[in-house]
Design a protein around this ligand. Sequence first.
Ligand SMILES: Cc1cc2nc3c(=O)[nH]c(=O)nc-3n(C[C@H](O)[C@H](O)[C@H](O)COP(=O)(O)OP(=O)(O)OC[C@H]3O[C@@H](n4cnc5c(N)ncnc54)[C@H](O)[C@@H]3O)c2cc1C
Length: 411
Amino acid sequence: MSGDSHDIVIVGGGMVGASLACALAAGGRPARVALVEGFPLLDRTGPAVYQPSFDARSTALSLSSARFLARLGLWEDVRRHAQPIRRIHVSDRGRFGSTAMDAAEEGLEALGYVVENQWLGNVLHDGLRACANLTLLAPARVDAVRRRADRVIVRAKLAHGDEERELDAGLAVIADGARSGLAAALGIVAQQQDYGQQALIANVAHRLAHEGRAFERFTDAGPMAMLPLVDAPDGSARSALVWVQEPGLAEQARALPEPEFLRRLQQRFGYRLGRLLRVGERHLYPLSLTRATEQARAGIVLLGNAAHALHPVAGQGFNLSLRDVAVLAQTLEEACGRGEAPGALAVLERFVARQRADQARTIGFSDALPRIFGSGLLPLAAARDLGLIGLDLLPAARSLLVRHATGLAGE
Ligand SMILES: Cc1cc2nc3c(=O)[nH]c(=O)nc-3n(C[C@H](O)[C@H](O)[C@H](O)COP(=O)(O)OP(=O)(O)OC[C@H]3O[C@@H](n4cnc5c(N)ncnc54)[C@H](O)[C@@H]3O)c2cc1C
């Protein structure tokens, strides 16, 4: 077993861990960083390979996320395959109210951008390769994280051969996703609230151009989103579907032959994008709100889904995590400047305190949205009708909702 000494070891090179490594490298401090990822890094010149973060999904990036990626020098590359959202149409199927948010009316270039996770992964993983002073271990799995005196020991097993590495660090960042369990092994409890729903995701080709329109439809059976994507290589217009239903229905929908699936989807979604022509691979994601009861302790901090995994309907999970990344990187850089150890509890508590309000607001918003709109209860149904109509009548309230949706609310 060989040993390595680092200021920070990041466990997990998914969307969040990779973003943090790029952010630390951009700031230049702390200097010695290692990242351990269980899968091989993505290679844009090779065939698409799915891994936990970078699979068939697409992500709606907020404006604040786009700005942050620009600060890291990654946005121009992301943007090549990112579709600007010009308008968001929110409606409540079978009810009266509907509202639209429009980028031009809000004086914005876009309300957000939609990018396929595979492309985001290509950019982030090339970003990792370009980081100065970053030690990359991939594919390698971390199977233990423990404290020894004032250091943290991270044990990683390389995928090829039997080699094990013990990395010792001042700080271990646990960004291993919602289900990997390193936090649990450290005795950090996760509170989980099952929504009793699954999200079916797939790319859908349609006859009409989307013109940058995103659609959020709330139905008693669950919410549905169609997010605009850049055109397919053959020039066909397409959108990313997120269709939330109770698990039995979601599984049934996944198994349907393509013509029957398209017929049902068309029935649910309507003809705003014209005829639905084709559907790509379908995948299911069980939905729950998961929150770690502790985000930091001396030498350890949790980030991304390991800290909080949200309902996807509001498209906030990664965007919130990216704001966490920005604030953590800044806090660590400041700490270095003052000669404080990156894993010092006071430093990590400062990070947690700085992000507390944003996390509470965003988690609350993501949790409330499917509950309010997903309820078939009459008073709530009436309220949401009024809410939507009210939003259309009240430009100020709508602007506030836009600021939330674009991730600019906290700025
Ligand atoms: C259907 C759906 C749609 C979504 N849409 C949006 C959206 O539009 N906008 C938005 O902001 N958010 C969205 N999200 C949320 C977003 O996907 C998550 O916030 C994001 O994936 C979290 O990334 P992560 O890096 O924390 O975790 P993960 O994506 O789970 O990545 C964890 C990484 O750690 C690695 N790993 C795990 N264990 C180990 C180990 N022991 N050793 C080494 N490596 C390890 C894994 O291989 C993986 O690469 C959506 C989520 C879902 C389910």
